[in-house]
Design a protein around this ligand. Structure first.
Ligand code: FEO
Ligand code: CA
Ligand code: CA
Ligand code: CA
Length: 627
């Protein structure tokens, strides 16, 4: 979710701290030292995994070694931008594929540049704040499933002002969030939505969903509308995405807490609601119009959100399924991979300061074309423990280890991970796994309030190995290699792929790792996805002021990273105010689709229109593959 703190300038105190000389010995030194000692190990693993020449690895590579590395990207680095449009390198072209308010069905009214969409059409159009997405080819047709994370009130309800939310306002907001499944087709004018395709579907805050897995039917999931605790209404704050090996979509419920309120403020004073940030005043007025969002009346309703939801894009009549075995937290995305044993492993991040990185390992095994029954319902959840010596372990969340019953571990997963002593992280955003080497990567976006805003477990978030900076404006990407190249293994070895920073204005660790230079400055890595060739695409959601500590970084952007050499090169810049998030490719890999979330006006329709979050399509001018 858009983090308001990202957009603030530093206070004078923070500015002083930022520029203060670095202490002689820091935790940063310690982690760099231990990382350096692992260089050869990482190189060995990469060579083993990819069979390609290896020049070094990430921040561990010396500048000279990197300079000798062959150029590995098919494009020239793009300069920063501070304007209101999208830029891609020479030899590439972009255009809009879908904007908030574009019709999915022909009976939707046209988008009004001044007022947006009507309540009657709000569930028939492409939703707001495009985020994680995945592409699917079904019966030769190209589908995209895509999230709509949260609303922008000034844009979506431009008439509202300071007035209270009306019932119609709430309905519009509920309809423009969630998920779109849509068919697209390539025309002489590029890819376009196939209006009225039988695959087109909006899934929003009132779509019925089945609760599955060990927590389904638990008392904590029962409400007056659903006394069995097995059928929830809606999915919300859908942030990142995932794709199962069997071709279904995973949508990830992140900041669900903001949709709830309490008519009696005392109702939110329970450990479970506090740990997940539910407050007495909701952000969007839902609780004023619909009793289920008032936790005084329905204390269990928030327990029905914060899950991974599986959607079958090939079957528009299918009911989405909330997979409780994958735990409940502020899910960022879901990176699914099949272990050598056939077990399905899903890596999961919880995006909040001081929360954790997780993985799920199925008990059953996947075989292509075989039954997938139970693969996301029956398994084990682990939280990551990173040691400063560069090793790590996945800590199993069991009743014995946590003192919690099995279903409670899934419903209050954050508490379970705290109970076993998992490593607190600087806001885990997307996780990505490398298709050509046994590696996982997690974007740790930033952490500007380490001691100021501790997690609800009570302790300030400590500095530790993968989170080495006390005042972390910039973020870093940590990566791990599972023992024996097996993602189902309990142990791993880790290092930092990159520490974002600013050598123009920062010193020591605030200058960033040595694969950061004037030509590729960025802050706050967030979206992350590998393409089929093993290039890591990094999207940012950070401070785009281009000022102070963020001088020389410009607007939010997308960069390509080489896992072997550590080289990082800017590929795309977004319009001012936007976050670049969500990435997928057409089946023939000749088109890349990227999400532009919450741009400022005039993107993309000009100064007389409300701004519209959009998916853009990017092609090479020569028609070759882009991933
Ligand atoms: Fe919705 Fe953590 O990004
Ligand atoms: Ca966002
Ligand atoms: Ca994100
Ligand atoms: Ca973010």
């Amino acid at each position: 979710m858009k983090d308001a703190s990202n957009l603030d300038h530093l206070s004078p105190d923070e500015w002083d701290e930022f520029h203060s000389p670095r202490p002689e010995t820091t935790d940063f030194d310690r982690v760099v030292e231990s990382a350096l000692s692992r260089r050869n190990f990482m190189k060995g693993v990469l060579a083993f995994g990819s069979g390609a020449a290896v020049m070094g690895s990430g921040m561990l590579t010396s500048t000279s070694a990197r300079a000798q590395a062959a150029a590995t990207f098919a494009f020239d680095a793009l300069p920063i931008a501070t304007d209101h449009t999208v830029h891609v390198p020479e030899g590439y072209e972009w255009k809009v594929l879908a904007r908030w308010g574009d019709p999915l069905f022909s009976d939707a009214e046209p988008f009004d540049a001044a007022t947006g969409i009507t309540v009657a059409s709000s569930g028939k159009v492409f939703g707001e704040n495009t985020d994680g997405m995945e592409a699917f080819v079904v019966d030769g047709r190209q589908l995209i499933a895509v999230n709509h994370e949260f609303p922008n009130i000034d844009t979506n309800l431009p008439w509202k002002g300071d007035n209270a939310f009306t019932a119609d306002d709430v309905t519009i907001l509920q309809n423009i969030q969630g998920v779109t499944v849509m068919e697209i087709e390539e025309t002489d004018d590029g890819w376009q939505i196939v209006v009225d395709s039988p695959y087109n579907r909006r899934i929003h805050h009132n779509t019925p969903m089945r609760m599955a897995g060990p927590a389904a039917g638990h008392d904590l999931l029962k409400t007056s509308a659903d006394p069995d605790g097995t059928t929830a209404l809606g999915t919300m704050n859908n942030c990142g995405s995932g794709k199962t090996p069997w071709g279904t979509y995973l949508t990830c419920e992140e900041n669900f807490n903001g949709y709830f309120g309490a008519s009696d403020p005392a109702s939110v004073e329970t450990p479970g609601l506090q740990r997940y940030g539910v407050q007495a005043e909701g952000r969007y007025g839902y609780e004023l119009h619909q009793a289920r969002y008032d936790v005084t009346q329905e204390p269990n309703e928030p327990h029905r959100f914060g899950w991974i939801v599986e959607i079958d894009p090939a079957d528009p009549d299918s009911m989405p399924v909330k997979r409780t075995a994958l735990g409940r937290f502020k899910h960022e995305n879901a990176a699914a991979v099949v272990a050598p044993s056939g077990q399905v492993v899903v890596y999961l991040g919880d995006d909040e300061r001081g929360e954790y990185l997780y993985k799920y390992v199925s008990n059953g095994t996947y075989t292509e074309g075989g039954s997938t029954e139970g693969l996301l319902d029956d398994g084990t959840l682990f939280a990551a423990k990173f040691e400063d010596d560069g090793t790590g372990r996945w800590l199993e969340l069991t009743p014995e280890a946590t003192g919690m019953e099995a279903a409670e571990i899934l419903i209050y997963t954050r508490m379970a991970a705290s109970a076993v002593g998992a490593t607190t992280m600087d806001r885990p955003e997307w996780v990505a796994t490398n298709p050509v080497a046994p590696q996982g990567y997690v974007a740790l976006t930033n952490n500007r309030n380490r001691g100021i805003k501790p997690n609800a477990g009570g302790d300030p978030t400590p500095v530790n190995g993968p989170n080495p900076r006390a005042e972390n404006n910039y973020g870093q990407i940590a990566r791990w290699v599972p023992d024996n190249g097996d993602h189902a293994a309990d142990g791993f070895t880790w290092d930092l792929y990159v520490m974002a920073g600013n050598p123009l204005v920062g010193q020591g660790p605030y200058a960033g790792s040595d694969n950061v230079d004037e030509g590729n400055l960025f802050n706050s890595p967030d979206g992350m996805m590998f393409d089929t060739t093993g290039t890591l695409w990094i999207q940012t959601d950070g401070n785009d002021s281009n000022d102070g500590p963020f001088t020389g970084m410009g607007n939010n952007q997308m960069l390509a990273g080489n896992p072997e050499t550590g080289e990082i090169r800017r590929f795309l810049t977004g319009p001012q105010g936007s976050e670049v998030t969500g990435l997928t490719w057409s089946g023939d890999l000749r088109t890349m689709f990227a999400g532009i979330q919450h741009p400022d006006a005039p993107f993309p329709d000009g100064p007389d229109s409300l701004p519209r979050s959009s998916i853009v399509q990017i092609k090479r001018s020569d028609g070759a593959a882009v991933g």
